[in-house]
Design a protein around this ligand. Structure first.
Ligand code: PSU
Ligand code: MN
Length: 305
């Protein structure tokens, strides 16, 4: 059977593949649903450049007119950043979007699938989806967690956002057998804050150990990826105490307006951005860039082995 998937590599990614260079996957939901225009496009460009400066090649994933793009040209990134009503793709609807000629942005789950298809083992993002507060009623558990359990991609994130129930998120990751590795510290980082009251299950201090651990799991034929929790640079963090009332307000608005399903996370992110007068965004940008640099190091360590 011929492949049903149309893959478009950007010129830069195609060249990197020929040369066997280290690639780092990037998601696009953070561009379409995670940050406002025009900062979303500026940040996406900056993060790509951070990866280049750290010696690897960025591959931003998205679906455009039914083609899976592995790496976006500058004009394509500009388009996506301004487009309205772009689908937010996860494991459940990714194939349907490709099959029906649709356009969509990839979440963590869909980006992991795209990375596997393109043979990329490392992926940098800001925060992953997780178990939402009140999940015992809503059953809202992100498909990102289940993807980590089955797709062999190392995901570098800044821990989990306080919009989530972080202890429950860690429980699900443990149940699903996902290695959760704090980078350079014992505490599990909490997105806007470098530390939380929770210990990370694992700690590693070098990109080389993280790469070795990924490859060891592959040799053992254990399916699934790793979650690397990289703390936000200390000088950029926002104390959890300051954000707690804002998150609580955003959450109660979401409940009052009956926001459900995939609309929940974008709604909360947008309200927190508004309620902090954009301050949450500066921290968000700093941590994504920090994750991109670490991911670039890990990707290069994998190649030299
Ligand atoms: N968390 C963030 N920023 C984001 C997202 C999550 O701090 O942009 C996005 C990611 O693309 C993630 C998705 O994969 O939201 C999770 O959505 P859901 O909770 O609906 O699974
Ligand atoms: Mn959800």
């Amino acid at each position: 059977m011929t492949s049903m998937i149309t893959i478009k590599y950007s010129a830069e990614v195609a060249e990197a593949r020929k040369q066997g260079r280290a690639l780092v996957a990037l998601e696009s939901t953070i561009i379409t649903h995670g940050m406002p225009y025009p900062q979303n496009v500026e940040v996406a460009r900056q993060v790509e450049q951070d990866i280049r400066d750290a010696g690897a090649v960025p591959a931003t994933m998205a679906v455009r007119n039914g083609a899976l793009h592995v790496g976006l040209e500058d004009s394509e990134l500009q388009d996506l950043g301004q487009a309205k009503g772009v689908a937010k793709l996860s494991r459940a609807d990714f194939a349907a979007c490709l099959a029906t000629g649709g356009t969509g942005a990839t979440t963590v789950a869909a980006t992991m699938i795209a990375a596997r298809i393109a043979g990329i083992s490392v992926f940098a993002t800001g925060g992953i989806g997780g178990v939402h507060k009140g999940a015992e009623q809503s059953f809202d558990i992100s498909a990102d967690l289940l993807e980590l359990a089955q797709t062999s991609v190392t995901v570098v994130a800044a821990g989990a956002k306080a919009i989530l129930d972080v202890p429950k998120t860690l429980e699900v990751l443990e149940t699903q057998g996902v290695p959760v590795i704090a980078y350079g510290q014992d505490s599990f980082p909490a997105f806007w804050s470098a530390t939380s009251d929770l210990m990370a299950p694992l700690r590693m201090d070098t990109a080389s150990d993280i790469a070795k651990s990924h490859m060891t799991r592959q040799d053992m034929k254990v399916p699934g990826g790793q979650l690397v929790a990289n703390p936000i640079p200390i000088d950029m963090q926002i104390p959890a105490k300051e954000l707690a009332p804002i998150i609580a307000q955003a959450q109660s608005e979401a409940d009052a307006q009956n926001i459900v399903g995939k609309a929940v996370t974008p709604f909360l992110l947008q309200r927190i951005f508004e309620l902090t007068n954009g301050r949450s965004l500066d921290a968000n940008i700093a941590l994504v860039r920090n994750n991109a640099r670490l991911a670039a190091k890990i990707a290069q360590e994998m190649i030299t082995r």
